[in-house]
Design a protein around this ligand. Structure first.
Ligand SMILES: NC(=O)c1ccc[n+]([C@@H]2O[C@H](COP(=O)([O-])OP(=O)(O)OC[C@H]3O[C@@H](n4cnc5c(N)ncnc54)[C@H](O)[C@@H]3O)[C@@H](O)[C@H]2O)c1
Length: 367
């Protein structure tokens, strides 16, 4: 096992100027051992705004990521671009000896994700996926509670992210199958899948039975009028609702439901429900709120009782960028090759295959 370390300041380049890129940039700026030294993205106004706001010299602002990689002396890059570009950019950076922080999903599919993990392993560099929602304080509190054994054996989980009118921008890259790899399942589902597997201590997924639907998006219904995502003119090609039933290696089962657009009471709601032998838990998030979101259900002296921990807030991208910098500084880079992102990509692939073939799909091997 390699045991390299990085003792100097970590020089980071940011690729992508949307929410993903700016969130990573803000997180890195909080860290004393990191310098954000370069930016790349196609929108001139965003490049000027972020460059001016965060003191990036004009000579280190690029339109295309290839110029950033060719011209800058970097230790790491953050990749916050349309999903189709995750693999080519991450692999190009890893081959140059850079560490890579990549937005979720790791890639459009597990084949691309596997090639990224292989490149990270070969280059002996950190490849880390941004799973920022698990850094909410309700999730972190519940994680500690579960690890203390307080819910007992967790045998059933429900995870969902549901919107009523939340398709991210008419014509944007998000709705194009080739650019995005899929719809709400790969976009939002990957977050709640990640949080649930994390809480359940990473069981393997053995089988998946899923269905996908495209009933509203392709009829022009369900778009978020306030979404500011890049790309234009793309027709609606991805699912607008996905539902999946997963069998896990520890005997538990999980129900996963995700949608960008439904005729339902949802606004922008996500959550996780867990049933264990000693207790249950319910995280309910409405419009990204972080307060009063966690409830624990248990029996106290034989009486059904609810506990509502006083949690709020969370570190989100700031925790992810901090962990990434710590991993680079700390060495043992081969431990962090993106395989958790690959495991999630394999599960999502299996969901799409199951939906296409109308049958249950067995997952073969775990990364
Ligand atoms: N973790 C989260 O909470 C979260 C939230 C939103 C988006 N994301 C992820 O972040 C990624 C980007 O999403 P977004 O919402 O920021 O999208 P966006 O459309 O707002 O931004 C995409 C950016 O990529 C840039 N880009 C495209 N091609 C490029 C190239 N060749 N060179 C350099 N830059 C290029 C665009 O110019 C744009 O700045 C996606 O993978 C998405 O899934 C994650």
């Amino acid at each position: 096992m390699a045991s390299e370390t990085h003792n100097e300041k970590i020089r980071v380049g940011i690729i992508g100027l949307g929410f993903g890129g700016e969130s990573a940039l803000k997180g890195f700026r909080l860290l004393p051992n990191v310098d954000v030294v370069a930016l790349a993205g196609l929108e001139e106004d965003r490049l000027a705004y972020l460059g001016d706001t965060y003191d990036i010299p004009t000579s280190s602002r690029y339109r295309d990521y290839k110029d950033l990689l060719a011209n800058e002396q970097l230790d790491a890059v953050s990749v916050g671009v349309p999903n189709a570009l995750h693999a080519p950019i991450a692999i190009a950076a890893l081959e140059r000896g850079l560490h890579v922080l990549c937005e979720k999903p790791l890639a459009r599919n597990s084949e691309e994700a596997a090639s990224m993990v292989e490149s990270a392993t070969k280059a002996n560099r950190v490849l880390q996926v941004v799973f920022n929602h698990r850094e909410r304080n309700d999730v972190q509190t519940l994680k500690r509670y579960i690890d203390e054994g307080k819910l007992g054996n967790i045998y059933y989980a429900k995870a969902y992210w549901m919107r009523r009118r939340g398709i991210p921008g008419a014509g944007s890259w998000f709705v194009n199958k080739n650019m995005a790899g899929g719809g709400p399942l790969i976009d939002l589902g990957v977050h709640v899948l990640d949080m649930t597997l994390y809480l359940l201590q990473e069981p393997s997924v053995l089988t998946v039975s899923a269905s996908t639907y495209n009933e509203l998006g392709s009829n022009g219904v369900g778009f978020d009028p306030n979404a500011r995502k890049s790309g234009s003119g793309h027709g609606y090609e991805v699912e607008d609702l996905a539902t999946a039933f997963l069998r896990l290696s520890n005997g538990a089962t999980m129900l996963l439901e995700t949608s960008w657009a439904t005729h339902s009471s949802a606004q922008d709601d996500y959550g996780i429900v867990l049933y264990g032998t000693e207790g249950g838990a319910d995280i309910r998030v409405k419009n990204y709120n972080t307060e009063n979101t966690l409830t624990i259900y248990t029996d106290i002296a034989g009486v059904p009782s609810e506990i509502t921990p006083h949690v709020r807030g969370g570190q989100f991208h700031n925790a992810v960028t901090k962990e990434f910098a710590e991993r680079i500084a700390g060495g043992n880079w081969s431990l962090y090759n993106g395989s958790d992102g690959l495991r999630r990509a394999r599960i999502i692939d299996a969901c799409y295959t199951s939906a296409l073939q109308g049958r249950e799909v067995l997952l073969e091997t775990e990364a």
